[in-house]
Design a protein around this ligand. Sequence first.
Ligand code: G3P
Length: 215
Amino acid sequence: MKIFLDTANIDDIRRGAAMGVVDGVTTNPTLVAREGVDYKARVLEICSVVDGPISAECISTELEALVSEARRVAAWHPNIAVKIPMTEVGLAAIKRVSAEGIRVNTTLIFSANQALLAAKAGAAFVSPFVGRLNDAGHDGMDVIREIVQVFDTYQLDCEVLAASIRGPRDVTEAALAGSHIATIPPAVLFQMVNHPLTDKGIEIFLADAKKYAPV
Ligand code: G3P
């Protein structure tokens, strides 16, 4: 499963990239606003740190404006996947710009039907929001499993990008569900590295290593 970082914080992206396990980055208006930086400059900075798909969200709500915005954002860097929310206008825009070779990450997906439509329109990625589905009393991983099954059945050329991940267990569940990608908040990625038994084992090994000559 590919691991993307879900953040616009460049320090966390550098720290995660240094581990050699980050395959891409997703941003959204909330994550960018949190950093208080110039949008394009930060996206380009992220592109310089992680050599993989970098999702940057488009916010226009009218079709022609959305198509123009998607073309403009996609032109910032070859690795950019433009994020377009799942709406009728969004689908029409996805159809248009994906035909021009622009990669689209369809965001705010909450059902297998939405994912199916986005894939049919030409999206490269669909982003089901697992955490928000769970917040609403649904089973977000069930939606991931349904989407994976539909995409596999019809061999749809679109990757499932599990989003709205809230903890390490969500990453395990997304992998077990067959999601192609999970986009993970940096804090969750850093949590995934650690286990108390690992720490205890290292402590014991280091103590015992002192009992013999250093190599
Ligand atoms: O990529 C989408 C993600 O950032 C949303 O997460 O926790 O706001 O539902 P959350």
